[in-house]
Write a protein of this length. Structure first.
Length: 220
C-alpha cells in the first residue's frame, strides 16, 4: 500500500514539475525538481530485496547522488561530475547482481551507440577547440555505456529498462545542448529520467533470471 502511494506521488509530482513549474525563480525550480527524486529514494527504501541487501544499499546511494546532481546540474560541469559518480554506484550495484555476459546482438548496438555519440557530440567539441569538454563528454558516454552494459548482465527487466531510459534521457539532453535544439526537450528528458530512476529503484525487488539468455528472454 505504501509503495503504491509513493508511486502515485512520484508520478503526480513529476507531472507537476515537468509541466507546471516555471523556469524562474531557479531556486524554486530546483526544489520542485528534487521532490520526485526524494520520493523515488523513499520508494527504493520500502522495497524488499529478493536476493541482496547490498544491492539495495548501493542503488539507494546511487539515487541519492543523482538527486544531488539534479540540484547542481545548472552548473553543468559540476552536475556532469556528480551524475558520473551516481553512475558508478549503479555500475557497482549491477555488477554485484551480474549473471552472465552481454549477448552479441545486444552488445553491438550498445557499442555502436557509444562510438556514434562520441564521434558526433565530442567530435563537435574537439572541432570547436573545446578539448576539456570533449574529453569530459567521452568519459561520460563511457560511464553510461558501462552502466547499460552492466544492467543487461543482471538479467533484471526493471534494471535493464531503467538503464536504457537513463541513456535515452542523457542522449536527448546532450543532443539538445551540443548539436541542435529539440522540441519538448525538457519534457522528453525529465519523463525518461524519472521513469529510469523509478525503475532502477524498483529493480531492488526484482528476481534474477537463472536460465540461458536469448533474444526472446533477455529481460524476462
Amino acid at each position: 500500500m505504501v509503495r503504491k502511494l509513493l508511486l502515485t506521488a512520484i508520478i503526480m509530482m513529476g507531472i507537476i514539475y515537468i509541466f507546471f513549474i516555471p523556469a524562474d525563480p531557479v531556486s524554486f525550480k530546483i526544489f520542485m525538481k528534487l521532490i520526485p527524486m526524494a520520493l523515488i529514494i523513499l520508494y527504493a527504501m520500502t522495497m524488499t530485496p529478493v536476493f541482496s541487501r547490498t544491492y539495495k544499499q548501493i542503488i539507494t546511494l546511487g539515487l541519492f547522488v543523482c538527486m544531488i546532481a539534479d540540484g547542481v546540474i545548472y552548473w553543468f560541469m559540476m552536475g556532469l561530475i556528480t551524475f558520473f559518480i551516481g553512475h558508478i554506484f549503479y555500475i557497482v550495484g549491477f555488477r554485484h547482481m551480474g549473471q552472465k555476459s552481454v549477448p552479441v546482438w545486444a552488445a553491438i548496438p550498445l557499442l555502436l551507440y557509444g562510438a556514434g555519440m562520441a564521434v558526433w557530440i565530442a567530435g563537435l567539441q574537439f572541432a570547436a577547440g573545446q578539448l576539456v569538454l570533449g574529453i569530459a563528454i567521452i568519459a561520460y558516454i563511457g560511464i553510461i555505456l558501462t552502466m547499460g552494459w552492466m544492467a543487461i548482465r543482471t538479467r533484471m527487466k526493471l534494471a535493464i529498462i531503467g538503464a536504457l531510459l537513463f541513456m535515452l534521457s542523457d542522449s536527448i539532453l546532450a543532443i539538445d545542448r551540443f548539436v541542435f535544439a529539440l522540441p519538448y526537450r525538457d519534457a522528453l528528458v525529465m519523463v525518461s529520467y524519472y521513469a529510469a530512476q523509478t525503475l532502477i529503484a524498483a529493480s531492488i525487488g526484482s528476481r534474477v533470471a537463472k536460465y540461458s539468455v536469448n533474444r526472446n528472454n533477455l529481460i524476462k
